[in-house]
Design a protein around this ligand. Structure first.
Ligand code: NAD
Length: 284
C-alpha cells in the first residue's frame, strides 16, 4: 500500500486558523503579538523566506516589521539594533535571517537576542532548556516535524528514529525532541560509514542532509515513517527533497512531500513561537 502523505501545507493551514482565533482573543484583551524580522543584504533566498514569514504573520493577525540592513552593516550596528528591540516591550519576537555576511559572527548575534524573544529557538539558553525538558522556545523546523508526527498519532515511544544530519538548527534538535518523546535515536552525518545499515532499521527516518534524492526505497524498512526536510534546487529550477518521493512512497507508511511538507510547518511554528513569546509563556 502506498504511503499516506502528511501535507505540511494542509496541517499548517489548520493550525494557522486556530492561531488566528487565539490572536484575535489576545488583541481583544489589548495584546497584539509583534514580530521583528531583520534581514541583512540582498540574498534572494533570504528575501523570499522573509517575505513568506511576513505574509504568514499577516494571515494570523500577528503584526510584523521587516528591517532591512545593507550587507556592509557592522556587527556592532546589528547588535545595537537587537539591543533596542530587546528593550522594546511592544516587540515579542526577534528573528535575524541567516546567513549573515562574513564580517558578522552568527553566534554573537544569536546570543544577543533576548531568549524570551528568540522565536527561532536558536539561543543556547533555549537549546539548553529544550535538552533538559524545560519550557523553551523550540527551533521551528524540529518543532514542526514533531507536530506533523503527532498530528497523525504516529507512535514515537520505543521506536528507532534515525536522523540524517547534525546541524544546530535541524538535525541535532530534532533528535533531542524525538529522544524527549522516548524514541531511541541514531544520528547519521557526512562521516557515517554504511549509512544504509542505519536507515534500514529506522521506524522513523528524518532526512536533513541537503542532498537531493539521496534516500530511496532501498534505504528503507517496510512501513517506515519518512520525514523529508531537505530543500534542494534542481537545475530546471524545481525543488526536491533529500528523499526520492516516488520510490520511497512505495514502501513507507507515511511520507512528507517537498515542497508543501516540512517547509510550511517551519513557518507555522514560527508564528506559534511568536504567540507563545507574546503570552510570555516560554522562559517564564
Ligand atoms: P547543513 O548543511 O547545516 O547540515 C547538513 C547535515 O547533513 C550535516 O550535519 C552533514 O553532516 C549531513 N550530511 C551531508 N551530506 C551527507 C551525506 N551524504 N550522508 C549523511 N549525512 C550527510 O544543513 P541544514 O541547515 O541542517 O539543512 C539541511 C537541509 O534541510 C537543507 O536542504 C536545507 O535547505 C533544508 N532545510 C529545510 C527547512 C525546512 O523548513 N523545510 C529548514 C531548514 C533546513
Amino acid at each position: 500500500m502506498p504511503a499516506e502523505i502528511i501535507s505540511g501545507k494542509e496541517l499548517g493551514n489548520e493550525l494557522r486558523q486556530e492561531m488566528k482565533k487565539e490572536v484575535d482573543q489576545l488583541k481583544n484583551s489589548g495584546l497584539t503579538p509583534h514580530l521583528t524580522v531583520i534581514i541583512v543584504g540582498d540574498n534572494p533566498a533570504s528575501r523570499s523566506y522573509v517575505r513568506g514569514k511576513e505574509k504568514a504573520s499577516d494571515t494570523v493577525g500577528i503584526s510584523s516589521e521587516v528591517i532591512e540592513l545593507p550587507s556592509s552593516v557592522t556587527e556592532e550596528e546589528l547588535l545595537g539594533l537587537i539591543d533596542q528591540k530587546n528593550r522594546d516591550a511592544s516587540v515579542h519576537g526577534i528573528l535575524v535571517q541567516l546567513p549573515l555576511p562574513e564580517q558578522i559572527r552568527e553566534e554573537n548575534i544569536i546570543v544577543a537576542i533576548d531568549p524570551a524573544k528568540d522565536v527561532d529557538g536558536f539561543h543556547p539558553i533555549n537549546i539548553g532548556r529544550m535538552m533538559t525538558g524545560q519550557d523553551a522556545l523550540l527551533p521551528c523546523t524540529p518543532y514542526g516535524i514533531i507536530t506533523m508526527l503527532k498530528s497523525r498519532n504516529i507512535p514515537i515511544e520505543g521506536k528507532h528514529a534515525v536522523v540524517i544530519g547534525r546541524s544546530n538548527i535541524v538535525g541535532k534538535p530534532v533528535g533531542q525532541l524525538l529522544l524527549a518523546e522516548n524514541a531511541t535515536v541514531t544520528y547519521c552525518h557526512s562521516k557515517t560509514d554504511k549509512l544504509t545499515d542505519y536507515t534500514k532499521s529506522a521506524d522513523i527516518l528524518i532526512a536533513a542532509a541537503g542532498r537531493a534524492n539521496m534516500i530511496n526505497k532501498e534505504h528503507l524498512k517496510e512501513g517506515a515513517v519518512v520525514i523529508d526536510v531537505g530543500i534542494n534546487r534542481m537545475e530546471d529550477g524545481s525543488l526536491t527533497g533529500d528523499v526520492d518521493f516516488e520510490s520511497a512512497k512505495e514502501i513507507a507508511s507515511y511520507i512528507t512531500p517537498v515542497p508543501r511538507g516540512v517547509g510550511p510547518m517551519t513557518i507555522t511554528m514560527l508564528l506559534k513561537n511568536t504567540i507563545q513569546a507574546a503570552k510570555g509563556l516560554a522562559n517564564s
